[in-house]
Design a protein around this ligand. Structure first.
Ligand SMILES: Nc1nc2c(c(=O)[nH]1)N[C@H]1C(S)=C(S)[C@@H](COP(=O)(O)O)O[C@H]1N2
Ligand SMILES: [Mo]
Length: 302
């Protein structure tokens, strides 16, 4: 079902400097014994497109807890304490409780996957994530049959998150959610890193969602709570402006945002050529995920 090129190495797809940096990182990581069991191979789910550089991925971000400017997360996220980190699990599960992140992230299960990433604002990147299939983590909690949705929350810590100290109309915590079958889909990742390094703080350390066929706002960062629910949970952007941001938020070039077209996108790093590329249905993952929406009219806004 899922198509990928197995055993593609970063050296095959990564600009040389980045690969060399990564190699020296791996050497020091191996020396420190922190990468035991993880693979050095990446699986490409981005059609062979060149990944953005670590510099691009970590300097142009949306993480409103640290401010609204694209540079604010890189400037201010260093204030976030990510160790210790625990996640509250509640709702319709057999094993609710508070889990330390080390109970949820088994280093041996971490994979490297290159995905396209498309923000609703019509910019995009290609990102080599490290992570664990979300289903593997959710299954540890024993979801009950009545659980139809999973809701996620980011932490609220205004002392460290300067965007939470300012006004603005977001009601913290940042919230997101998925239908259970979307959450359990093998493409849905709990991201733990980028380019083999632990998740940078501006990208949602220590753990964040990655749902490659949905607009970026669904991929909630710095998760501290996971709830299993029967009803569709409230989600941040949908609460703010339901006519502009749906709960499903599937990437769809045929459904424009009320204020701009979604037919094309600007790839970060392409700026100097000032060109746009066509946005792909379901961000290029239609073969894998269109079945999830069999009963839904994809020309409609959801
Ligand atoms: N907690 C939290 N998660 C968030 C956001 C946010 O503001 N707060 N922004 C979202 C949006 S709009 C996008 S496009 C992506 C950006 O991820 P990146 O900065 O790693 O590229 O994170 C998403 N997750
Ligand atoms: Mo976004």
């Amino acid at each position: 079902m899922t198509r990928f090129r197995p055993d593609l190495r970063y050296s095959d797809i990564t600009p040389k400097e980045v690969f060399l940096n990564r190699r020296s990182f791996l050497a020091s990581a191996a020396a420190a014994g922190i990468m035991a069991g993880s693979q050095v191979t990446a699986r490409d789910f981005a059609g062979g497109e060149t990944p953005n550089s670590l510099e691009e991925i970590t300097s142009y971000n949306n993480f409103y807890e640290f401010g609204f400017d694209k540079g604010d997360p890189a400037r201010y996220a260093s204030a976030l304490t990510t160790d210790p980190w625990s996640i509250q699990v509640d709702g319709l599960v057999d094993k609710p409780g508070t889990y330390d992140i080390s109970d949820l992230v088994d280093e041996a299960e971490i994979e490297e996957r290159i995905y396209r990433f498309r923000c609703v604002e019509a910019w995009s990147m290609v990102i080599p994530w490290n992570g664990i299939e979300l289903s593997k983590i959710l299954n540890k909690f024993g979801p009950q049959p009545g659980a139809k949705y999973v809701a996620f929350e980011t932490l609220v810590r205004p002392e460290e998150m300067r965007g939470q100290r300012r006004g603005g109309n977001i009601e913290w915590p940042y919230r997101e959610g998925l239908r259970m079958d979307e959450a359990m889909h093998p493409l849905t990742l709990m991201g733990t890193g980028i380019y083999g390094e632990p998740m940078p703080k501006q990208n949602g350390a220590p753990i964040r969602l990655v749902v490659p066929w949905k607009y970026g706002f669904k991929s909630i960062k710095s998760i501290v709570r996971i709830s299993f629910t029967e009803e569709e949970p409230p989600t941040t952007w949908n609460m703010l402006q339901p006519r502009e941001y749906g709960f499903y938020a599937n990437v769809n070039p045929e459904v424009d945002h009320p204020r701009w077209s979604q037919a094309s996108e600007r790839r970060i790093g392409d700026g100097r050529f000032n060109r746009r590329r066509d946005t792909l249905m379901l961000n290029g993952y239609a073969d894998q995920v269109a079945d999830l929406y069999a009963g839904m009219d994809l020309t409609k806004f959801y």
